[in-house]
Structure formats: C-alpha cells, structure tokens
Design a protein around this ligand. Structure first.
Ligand code: SF4
Length: 349
C-alpha cells in the first residue's frame, strides 16, 4: 500500500473520534475567517492555555479586519504584550491593511489570495481555508508532521522543507468534504493522544490499527528532526532607575529584536556594582541607593539573554528616558517578557 493509499483511511478513523472527544476551545465552532486567522497566528509557538485570554481580549478590542487595520502600533503591541514573537502582530496589521485596500475589508476566499497575505504561510492559509470554507487545504504544522511521521513510520527529518511539502501533498488528496473538521481532528490528535514531548497514548488512539509506528514499535523514536543550531548567549545589565515614584523606560528601535517595544535602560555585558554606577553617571544620573540586585534569564529561539538587574534610586531624572509610574507602564507600555520579569511585583517605587 502506498503512503497516499494508507492515509485515505484517516478521515473515517479520525472524524468520529474527534466529534466525541474534541476539547472545547474558544475558537472552535467559529467559521469566521478573521477569528480563525487571529487564533491560528496566536497559537504559533504558544500554548493553548496562554492564548485563550489574549484571544478573547484581542477580538473584543479589535472585532473586525478594519479595526485591526486602523489600530495604532502602541495599542496593538500592548494587546500582544507577553505573547512574544512580535513580528506576528506586525504582520497581522499589514495583512489587515491589504484586506481592506485590496478586498474591501472582506477576507479573501481563494487559497492563493490568503497565502499571499503578509505573515500567512501554507499552514495558516490551509487552516483558514479548510476551517472557514471547507476547502481541501491541509494545515501541516509540527503536530501534524509528528502524527504523519509516526503513522507512516517515516524517519526522515520532518523539518526538511521537502518533507513538509510531501506530507502536504499526500494529505491534500485524502481530504473529505468536511475539510474544516478534518483539519481540526488532525490538529487535535497531534495535540493530545499523539502529543509532543511524551509517550504517545496509542491505546487510546483511533488510528492504532493503521499506524506503522505503533505496529513496528518505532512510534516513540519519531519524529526525527534536523540538529538544532546552538543558541548563543548574550549578557546584559538592566537598570531600573527610580525617581519620585517613576521608573525610566525607553522605546527599542523600530527594527530588530523586540522592535518598537519598551525596555528598561540596559547595556551589553554583566556589570559589577561599581561599573553599573559609572554607567548611571554617564547617563547623567546620580544614584542615591541600590535597593535590589537580581539575576534573570530569558530564552529566545536562537539567543539566551543572561541579565543582571540593578534597582537604583536616583536623585533627579535625566534626559533621554521616559519616566512612568508602574501603573502607567502596566497600562500603556508594551514591555516584553524579558524585561517584565524585573518589574513583576513592583507596585510603587
Ligand atoms: Fe500516534 Fe500511537 Fe496513534 Fe500512531 S497509534 S498515531 S503513534 S498515538
């Protein structure tokens, strides 16, 4: 039996299981492409539990494509604050502007048009077109790749682009008319029974009888991935300067890592207290006292930040910073998690 013939059995096995076992999630049940799009972009690299609150708040604040297209950048970053991978929200806005200018604010219905939008790749285009319009376009993400590699007992690396394309093409040919349900059933299997970083629950799996990985005892060794690029470590000294109940913040450059977000002043390298005080005076600040020193780590995809934070009370504010109360920072400034962790628990300074 060819791989394609094998996968033809998938809908009959998966759909009844999905209908009986699916988790209730806020974005399940909608056929509205805008909501599906927002949920799919948020769910990239982010856990379901973390996304639930963001999804509800985002749609309440920006219920339509037009609202998103017209939203100010600072407000948009604030709505995304803490979700990470901020290029996602920049692309959401760019795509919304294209939908407004090119399609009159109506989400496109053609796969090629959806795929051409900024920030939308084959996975997201497949998810939107299948779930919103029941079109036979697969959404092949890491979960689906893992399931397919186990079903087919395929030990070739799943993250090779040619393998993703091969799986996409085979899967496309076995789509049933209820394409949206099938897409979600595959995602659900890959997120639960055949989930990541744990032993697959083959006894509870509706595909056990067709699964070569299960039959041959290889499922737990799959999927195979290409070796990861080592993560580089960068050291940083972060300053929480406080004056008169306010804290100094700055906006990051509009390009590069964490573009356009807010940060506490910081310098490369790990400074001892003496060096930190010298740096403060170069900024024109006179520390009156240090009230805390702390170490924090933040991991990005390819970089690990090792940070030392100094909490310094200063005798007067200096130019070049914006001085905000903790409440103003919380309400208005999109502070990425890397810096927010220095700020947690601070109600007044
Ligand atoms: Fe995954 Fe096991 Fe189901 Fe195969 S039988 S798809 S390995 S859970």
């Amino acid at each position: 039996m060819t791989e394609a013939e094998m996968l033809q059995q998938l809908p009959d096995r998966l759909l009844p299981w999905y209908r009986a076992n699916r988790r209730e999630l806020p974005w399940r049940g909608t056929r509205e492409p805008y909501s599906i799009w927002i949920s799919e972009i948020m769910l990239q690299q982010t856990r379901v539990e973390a996304v639930k609150g963001y999804y509800a708040r985002f749609l309440e604040a920006l219920p339509t494509v037009e609202a998103l297209a017209n939203c100010g950048d600072d407000r948009l970053r604030k709505l995304w604050e803490g979700l990470g991978y901020y290029s996602r929200v920049r692309n959401l806005k760019k795509a919304a502007q294209v939908i407004v200018s090119k399609y009159g604010g109506v989400f496109p219905r053609e796969y090629a048009d959806v795929l051409s939008l900024p920030g939308i790749g084959p996975y997201t285009a497949g998810a939107i077109c299948s779930i919103a319009y029941d079109m036979p376009y697969p959404a092949v993400d890491g979960n689906v790749l893992r399931v397919l590699s186990r079903l087919l007992d395929d030990s070739s690396p799943i993250d090779l682009p040619e393998n993703k394309k091969r799986y996409h093409d085979i899967l496309k040919d076995c789509y049933p008319p209820c394409a949206g349900e099938f897409t979600q059933a595959l995602m659900e299997l890959g997120a639960t029974v055949c989930g990541p970083n744990r032993k697959p629950d083959c006894q509870g799996c509706p595909c056990r009888e067709m699964c070569l990985g299960f039959q041959r005892g290889t499922a737990e060794t799959l999927p195979v991935k290409c070796p990861k690029r080592p993560r580089r470590t960068e050291c940083l000294t972060v300053f929480l300067f406080s004056y008169d109940g306010k804290i100094a913040v700055q906006k990051r450059p509009e390009q590069g890592l964490l573009a356009g977000l807010w940060q506490f002043p910081n310098l490369p390298g790990t400074l001892e207290l003496e060096g930190a005080l010298r740096a403060a005076s170069r900024w024109g600040l006179k520390p009156r006292g240090i009230y805390r020193q702390t170490e924090r780590t933040h991991i990005f995809t390819h970089i690990c930040w090792k940070m030392r934070g100094y909490y310094l009370e200063v005798s007067s504010p200096a130019e070049g910073f914006i001085w905000l109360t903790p409440e103003e920072i919380r309400r208005n400034a999109a502070l990425p998690t890397a810096f927010r962790q220095f700020f947690e628990g601070i109600d007044h300074v």
